[in-house]
Ligand binder design. Structure first.
Ligand SMILES: [Zn+2]
Length: 304
């Protein structure tokens, strides 16, 4: 008997949903995200030693800032928040989570979609902020085929060119060579029909691509504009709910161009605070939706 591969996956996903831990809850997205048809879906969380996450920050200052705000000073465990945008007959996902090959604590997006009654085949567009594992590797299923099989995939041209370049692997630090290998492998698997966009363009109706490079060479954020409402999907341009806001001048271990990532973070924080625009940050505390406020010479995150 022939069993369609997708039916096997669906059955497995249904089983997984019935045994989901109580901690995997779907975020109720507040206005203006809700008004715009945006939702935050959990892909789980990551786990890094602090020394890898913030390698250049003064150790004592780093520890005291995190402890004063109730965070562990040895390990960071950032949430992973995928944005879902329903716009007319389009169902758009921003990033695809980690898949099953990065960290055991991540890769839960398929269950989150299942909980909402969304079949991966219903997704019309997949838009990437960048090609790091926790944003890209969920694009393929366990059989290495595109999970969102009917979707058009979109990525910035600069990001595509960087990760598919033969020489990129050599430029990466030892700890991130697997990022390069994974990016190339996953991107080449979805190469057919992928759209490579330029910054400053409307890539889909009401969705504009912004240059927020630095974390990676072609990192994009997205501004959603509809009927006078605006909202930003910021990916990893701002990553930590305390560190990125209070110390935007501290580089992350995964910021590929540290100086540029700092400039981008400060530019974005200034704009978010000045214009009071709501945003969704991929690694901010789930659901990752809120506002930026000026505070004590820097900024603070105000969850919505
Ligand atoms: Zn990330």
């Amino acid at each position: 008997m022939l069993v369609h591969r997708r039916d096997v996956i669906k059955a497995a996903a249904a089983l997984a949903v019935s045994t989901l831990p109580a901690s995997l809850t779907l975020a109720a997205s507040p206005s203006p995200a809700k008004a715009l048809g945006l939702q935050s879906l959990s892909d789980g969380h990551l786990s890094f030693p602090l020394t890898f996450y913030l390698p250049d920050a003064p150790p004592e200052e780093r520890t005291s800032l995190l402890q004063a705000n109730g965070y562990d000073a040895e390990t960071v465990t950032p949430d992973c928040n995928v944005t879902l945008f329903r716009n007319g007959d389009r169902l758009i996902l921003f990033d695809t989570g980690s898949g099953s090959r990065f960290m055991d604590s991540a890769g839960l997006l398929p269950q989150s979609l299942e909980t909402l009654g969304i079949d991966p085949e219903d997704v019309t567009d997949v838009v990437f902020t960048h090609a790091h594992p926790d944003h890209l590797w969920g694009v393929l299923d366990d059989f290495d085929e595109p999970l969102f099989s009917n979707a058009t995939h979109h990525i910035s041209k600069i990001e595509w060119d960087f990760w598919t370049d033969e020489n990129t692997m050599d430029k990466m630090p030892e700890t991130q060579k697997s990022f390069a290998a994974g990016a190339k492998r996953n991107l080449e698997a979805i190469e057919e029909g992928i759209v490579r966009f330029e910054f400053g363009t409307e890539i889909l109706p009401d969705v504009f691509a912004l240059d927020t490079s630095g974390h990676t060479p072609g990192h994009a954020s997205f501004e959603i504009q509809q009927r006078g409402d605006r909202f930003l999907v910021i990916g990893d341009a701002i990553t930590h709910p305390v560190v990125s806001f209070q110390r935007p001048d501290w580089t992350l271990g995964t910021d590929q161009d540290g100086e540029k990532a700092i400039r981008t973070r400060k530019m974005l924080l200034d704009r978010l605070a000045s214009e009071k625009i709501g945003f969704l940050g991929y690694h901010l505390t789930a659901p990752g939706i809120g506002y930026a406020e000026r505070h004590a010479g820097a900024y603070r995150f105000v969850p919505a």
